[in-house]
Design a protein around this ligand. Structure first.
Ligand code: HEC
Length: 170
């Protein structure tokens, strides 16, 4: 069962997605629900692309972006491990690169202080889904059932996409 975007995203975020125009390409929408000037608008300045700007102190910003790059590398390694049936490796990589332990010290607390609530919620969701993925991947080593881990993996990627569509760092 593929979760519909509307069931995984809070309403405000859906609106934010619609405003970026990303939704218009990726989701079936009623024609009337597009922002009216979307197609005729002048090229937007980089800071005026509809994403909410979030200000982190420079040091934290660097840490967060490094964690992000590790997340992406984690997804790539997980995908490869799954395609080769190495579900125990997939679970281990998920825990190292996407779980709470992928952040060092009090990074999570620091981030939470500066994030707007919707962004915090998406961050928490990613970590919850990672926990779910780890369990599903561990189960798959015994059952050989690929479906569950693949489904949860897809949802994790939707969470990456949702946050990137709604927020940017200053
Ligand atoms: C809670 C919000 C959130 C989630 C969830 C999230 N990201 Fe990000 N990510 C951001 C923000 C904000 C930026 C900065 C974007 C900008 O300023 O344009 C970013 C930037 C990045 C970058 C660029 C790093 C750089 O060096 O510039 C990568 C790669 C990335 N994210 C990967 C991921 C992946 C993969 C996932 C999911 C596993 C993910 N992110 C989940 C918020 C999030």
């Amino acid at each position: 069962m593929k979760p519909r975007l509307s069931t995984v995203l809070p309403g405000g975020l859906l609106l934010a997605l619609a405003l970026t125009g990303a939704a218009a390409h990726d989701m079936p929408m009623h024609p009337g629900s597009m922002p009216p000037a979307a197609s005729t608008a002048l090229p937007a300045a980089p800071q005026a692309d509809g994403r909410a700007e979030v200000r982190f102190p420079p040091e934290l910003r660097r840490e967060v972006l490094a964690t992000m790059r590790m997340h992406l590398q984690g997804l790539a390694e997980i995908q490869q491990a799954m395609s080769q049936g190495r579900f125990d490796d997939a679970a281990r990589v998920a825990s190292m690169t996407l779980g709470m332990s992928s952040m060092h010290g009090d990074q999570a607390e620091q981030e939470a202080r500066y994030m707007p609530p919707g962004m915090r919620e998406l961050g928490a969701r990613l970590h919850m889904q990672t926990g779910e993925f780890i369990l599903a991947a561990q189960d798959a080593t015994a059952t050989g059932d690929l479906h569950k881990p693949q489904m949860v993996f897809g949802r994790m990627m939707q969470t990456c996409v949702a946050c990137h569509a709604a927020y940017r760092l200053q």
